[in-house]
Design a protein around this ligand. Structure first.
Ligand SMILES: [Zn+2]
Length: 314
C-alpha cells in the first residue's frame, strides 16, 4: 500500500501525489519544481524573455544590423553622390556618423531562439495542465499563457519578415548604387556628339568634293560638336586655299612671276580652333596646306621664291 495524504478540505484519504481532490476539487499545491508558483514563474520567465521582440519594424531591423547596414548605406550614398547627385553625400555623412556610433554602441541583444524556448514552454504548459488543469482557475491561467505565446510567435514571424525586407532594401539600394553608370566625362560626351554627326560630315565631304562650298558652309549650322565644327571649317578653308593656289600656279605657268609671288605671299591659314585642346583637329589640314603652298612655291624661279611657313608656325 502506497503512502496516502488527507485532503485539507474534506479530509478524504488520497494518494500522496494527488494535486486535485477527487471528492471536493480542492487544489493541493505540490512542493518544489511542481508547485504552482514555480511552474507559473517559469512560464512567465519564458514569456518575458521573448517580450523584446514585440512590435518589430523595418527601422528596428536596420537598427539591429546597424554594424553591417550603416556602412553599406554609407558606401551606397557616396556612390550615388559621385554618380547621380552630389547631395547624396549629405546622406552619406549621416550614415557614416551612424556607422561610427554603431561601432561603439553595445550590440543589440540577439533575439532568443524561439525553438528551444517553445519546447520548454510546451513542456511546462503540459505539466501545469496535467497537475492542475482540471481546476477552472488554472485552466484559464494556462489559456492566458498560451495566448501570450501566440502573440510572441506572430511578432517573431513579423520580425523575421521585416529582417528580410531590411536586407532586401539594403541589397537593392547597394546594387542600384553599384550598377548605375558612372557620369560621362566631357571627352565621352564630345565623342558621342561628334559620332552622332557622321552623316552630316559625309555630306559635307561630298559637297566640298563637288565644289559646293557655300552648301558645305550652311551645314555648319547643323553641327554641334566642336571637333566637327573645326574639321569642317578647316576642310573648307583648305579647299578655298587649294583653289587660290591653283590659280597662282596658272600665273606661274604663264610666267607672271611678280604677281604670283605677291599673291602667294598673301595666302595664309586662318586658325579655326580657339583652344589648345581642339588644335589637334585642325593641324592635319594646316600641314596639307603647307605642302600645297610649298609645291607652288617650288615652281617659282630662284629669286622669286617666298619663305613658306612651316608646321611650327601654327
Ligand atoms: Zn477534498
Amino acid at each position: 500500500m502506497s503512502q496516502t495524504i488527507k485532503c485539507p478540505s474534506c479530509k478524504a484519504d488520497l494518494p500522496a501525489n494527488t494535486t486535485i481532490c477527487e471528492w471536493c476539487n480542492f487544489v493541493i499545491n505540490q512542493e518544489g519544481a511542481n508547485s504552482i508558483e514555480n511552474i507559473s514563474s517559469d512560464l512567465e520567465g519564458i514569456i518575458r524573455s521573448m517580450k523584446e521582440i514585440e512590435n518589430p519594424t523595418i527601422l528596428s531591423s536596420f537598427n539591429k544590423n546597424a554594424k553591417v547596414s550603416m556602412p553599406l548605406f554609407t558606401i551606397a550614398s557616396f556612390l550615388l553622390a559621385y554618380k547621380v547627385n552630389g547631395w547624396f553625400a549629405v546622406l552619406g555623412i549621416i550614415f557614416l556618423v551612424y556607422s561610427i556610433i554603431s561601432i561603439f554602441k553595445k550590440a543589440a541583444k540577439p533575439t532568443a531562439n524561439l525553438k528551444p524556448l517553445k519546447a520548454a514552454f510546451d513542456e511546462k504548459v503540459r505539466s501545469f495542465q496535467n497537475l492542475y488543469g482540471v481546476n477552472n482557475k488554472y485552466k484559464a491561467q494556462i489559456q492566458q499563457y498560451q495566448n501570450d505565446w501566440k502573440i510572441i510567435e506572430n511578432e517573431a514571424i513579423k520580425g523575421k519578415i521585416f529582417e528580410w525586407i531590411s536586407y532586401g532594401v539594403l541589397i537593392s539600394i547597394f546594387t542600384i548604387a553599384y550598377v548605375i553608370p558612372e557620369p560621362k566625362t566631357n571627352t565621352e560626351i564630345n565623342n558621342e556628339l561628334s559620332n552622332s554627326e557622321t552623316e552630316i560630315m559625309l555630306k559635307v565631304d561630298s559637297l566640298i568634293n563637288v565644289n559646293k562650298i557655300d552648301f558645305a558652309k550652311n551645314e555648319l549650322l547643323n553641327i554641334k560638336s566642336t571637333q566637327n565644327n573645326i574639321e569642317v571649317k578647316s576642310k573648307i578653308q583648305l579647299k578655298e586655299l587649294e583653289q587660290a593656289l591653283k590659280s597662282i600656279e596658272k600665273k606661274i605657268e604663264s610666267a607672271d612671276f611678280i604677281s604670283s609671288k605677291n599673291e602667294l605671299n598673301k595666302i595664309s591659314w586662318i586658325k579655326n580652333s580657339a583652344e589648345y585642346d581642339s588644335e589637334q583637329f585642325e593641324i592635319k589640314y594646316y600641314k596639307q596646306y603647307i605642302l600645297l603652298k610649298n609645291a607652288v612655291n617650288e615652281k617659282l624661279p630662284e629669286g622669286s621664291k617666298i619663305k613658306v611657313e612651316d608646321e611650327f608656325d601654327f
